[in-house]
Structure formats: C-alpha cells, structure tokens
Ligand binder design. Structure first.
Ligand code: PLP
Length: 392
C-alpha cells in the first residue's frame, strides 16, 4: 500500500493493531491473473485465505471455494454470488448440508471427499428432488483429503448414471507455497493423463478439473516477486494439456497476499544487556508469513513516520507472553519512538484467519477495507477475545 495513503490513514485512525485490505490492489491482481491466463482457466478464490475479500471479489472471480458452514454463512451475509460457490471441505455436517441443498440445490457445486459424503449428498438430493453437480476430490500425497483412485473409480463406475448426482469432474489440491513450477506441471500432467484413462476405462468424460496450484508468494526481503513468470509458466503448462474440458484454478494466497497491510504501534523500547528491544502492541498472534519462524526471515516492513537520526538494530517483539513472539530480528529502526508504527506488507492471506488469536486473550485487530473510490471503511472493529476465553 502506498506510503502517502498509509500516512493519511494513520493520521485519522489511531487504533492499532489493524489490518487494511486494499481492494484496488486485489482487483488488479485478479486482472493480472486473468490477462495472462486468458481463457485457459477460470479463477476460483479459496476464501479461507481471507474471508473479508469475498464481497470485493464476488463480481470478478468465477468461483469461491467454501470449506465450512461458517465460510458459507459469510458468503450469504456478504452478498456473494452464491451460484459461484463450490462447497468443499473434509467434513460436511448433515444438518448444514441439507439446509444448503434445500436453499441452493443445483445452483452450487459440491465436492465429495469420501463415500460418506457421496451418500450424504445423494440423500439430500433425493429429499429435495434436485440433481446436484459434484466434483470428486482426488487425494494427493496420502493425507486426509479426498478419495484414492480406487474409490474415485468405484464411484465413477457405479454412479455415472445416478439420477441424483451429476459427476462433473475432479478437484485436487496438494499444498501451498510451491516454489517450483515443476511440481505443478507434474500434477497437471498426472491429472491430464488420468482424465484420458477414465474415459478409456469407464467411458467417463471429465468435464471439469478444479485444481489448486498452491502458487508461491515471495514474502521476504531477499526474494524477487516472480508472479508474472509463474503465471506465464502456468499458462504454458495449461496449453500443453490434452484435456479439453473446463479448468478452474483454486487459489488463496496468490490472490490475497499482496492486498494486505498490518499496522502495529511501538509501545515500549528498552535495552537488555546491550540488546535493543522494541515491543509492539500486535505480535505473532496477528502475523502469519508462511516460512517465517522466530523471525528467521525478514518480511517487507516499514517504520512510520519517516525519521532522521540514528539507525539501530532492534529485536521486535509482540505483546504475547512467549519468547516465540519475535516478529523481526536485528531490524533497523531510525530514531524509534513510542507511538511509531511498523507497517507489515503482503499480509492479505492467512494472517487474518490462521493466526493464534486467542492466546493471552488480547483483542482481535480491527479490519479496514480501502479503495481509492470509497476510502477506508471499518468492516470489523477491534474485538475482545476474553469473552471467548472465559466461563462468562
Ligand atoms: C482445497 C484447497 N484449495 C485451494 C487452497 C488455496 O491454497 P493457496 O492459498 O496456496 O492458493 C487450499 C488451501 O489450503 C485448499 O485447501
């Protein structure tokens, strides 16, 4: 986020810690993805990366990967285009699933991660008289997700003529932060060959492949942003596929990371045995850069306001009572004073959802959305967590 915009924000909003999600940056990111990939793939936003972006993305992404009843309710409340929802997730509880099918029926797509889920969806379809479109999630790497080939093929063999479920295709996601496109290429080649095999063996035509590439995001100061190269390479891989159905790329981090900024204030400065220490009012309970533990790597961080004077290296800790709450190691700060703000960039994905918010019962940061047209909008005020951590 632009320094002048942040300056204006800090002059008018004294509450830190806060997240700011810039929806202009978010929209440009989607445009970049769509411009490079052209019509080679549809774009699905995996909302677990940051649910606050659903509304802004509703008109511009093709789908939302929604993994829990809570995420589903967020889509409903935030006016998302529900026809774009792919209801995913390793646990689909019967009560919520039947309600979803009753209300949305075949307008949304459902993933199947087990025989149990297949039967549950079939039951819901029978009850409501709706034929539900499904994607079967193929396991990758022996974890708990999806089904193995044997189960997938058994479903395909027995159920392609099922009156209640329409098997549209396959979903697969094997992991995040893949630095090497080679792994993505191998996975897509495997899926490509598998689609041919399913046709040859069972006469089953895969109409749709929904694949999460887990594209890499460069968070740290010694890394170059390689987004464009990654997308061009991905396009080349997609062009090399024989598969002629629809390909959808499920992405979270790659879409959301760059639009987020986190601001936290310096609340104490001290020296312990010659080591300079700076304490901020946020901490690792709000900040989650994949691959950063104990500040071993330095994310992009700025000090505000601009100061002239001595620059010294500080250990920057958060406000949690754990030695693990180290945000930055030997980080240069210039004439740092109480009330100065540290600005963490590229925080748009997973920090707002995956951090350890309840530890020490500190407040949840406030959340703002920003765009040039609408300015800053407070979409969640800071919230206490002591109410969640106590008997009453
Ligand atoms: C099924 C599924 N699809 C897509 C994603 C998004 O991954 P990423 O944030 O690496 O793009 C995830 C992340 O956990 C996922 O579980």
């Amino acid at each position: 986020m632009d320094r002048d915009i942040l300056k204006a924000f800090l002059e008018n909003h004294e509450v830190t810690p806060s997240y700011i999600f810039d929806t202009d940056v978010l929209c440009s990111r989607i445009q970049q993805i769509q411009n490079i990939l052209e019509d080679k793939a549809a774009v699905c936003y995996a909302m677990k990366a940051n649910p606050f972006l659903v509304q802004a993305l509703s008109g511009i992404v093709d789908k939302f990967e929604v993994c829990s009843p809570g995420e589903f309710r967020i889509c409903e409340r935030n006016g998302a285009d529900m026809s774009k929802v792919v209801l995913s997730g390793v646990y689909k509880n019967p009560m919520d699933t039947i309600r979803t099918v009753e209300v949305y029926g075949d307008k949304i797509t459902y993933t199947v991660e087990s025989r149990t889920q297949f039967e549950l969806l079939k039951e819901c379809a029978v009850k409501t008289g709706k034929k539900l479109p499904i994607l079967i999630r193929l396991n990758c790497g022996g974890n708990q997700f999806g089904v193995d080939r044997e189960t997938l093929e058994e479903i395909v063999r027995k159920e392609t003529t099922c009156k209640y479920l329409r098997i549209k295709g396959i979903q697969m996601f094997s992991g995040t932060q893949k630095k090497k496109l080679r792994q993505i290429e191998q996975e897509l080649q495997m899926l490509d060959a598998y689609c041919t095999e399913l046709m040859e063996k069972y006469g089953f035509y895969v109409q749709e492949l929904e694949y999460g590439p887990g594209l890499y995001v460069s968070y740290f100061t010694n890394e170059e942003d390689e987004s464009e190269t990654q997308l061009l390479e991905l396009k080349r891989i997609l062009e090399g596929m024989r598969f002629r159905g629809e390909i959808t790329l499920e992405m979270g981090r790659f879409i959301a990371a760059g639009c987020g900024t986190y601001v936290t204030s310096v609340v104490d400065i001290k020296e312990i045995e010659g080591r300079r220490i700076c304490i901020v009012n946020g901490g690792i309970n709000h900040v989650n850069y994949y691959g950063q533990t104990m500040a071993m790597r330095t994310p992009r961080v700025e000090q505000m306001p601009d100061r002239n004077g001595e620059t010294d290296k500080y250990m920057v800790y958060g406000a949690l009572c754990t030695t693990g709450d180290l945000l930055l190691k030997q980080f240069p700060l210039t004439d740092v004073r109480l009330g100065d703000v540290l600005v963490f960039h590229d925080i748009g994905a997973y920090s707002v959802t995956e951090s350890m918010y309840l530890f020490l019962s500190r407040d949840l940061p406030s959340v703002y959305l920003y765009s040039e047209d609408t300015g800053f909008e407070l979409v969640r005020p800071a919230r206490p967590t002591d109410v969640l951590n106590a008997i009453r």
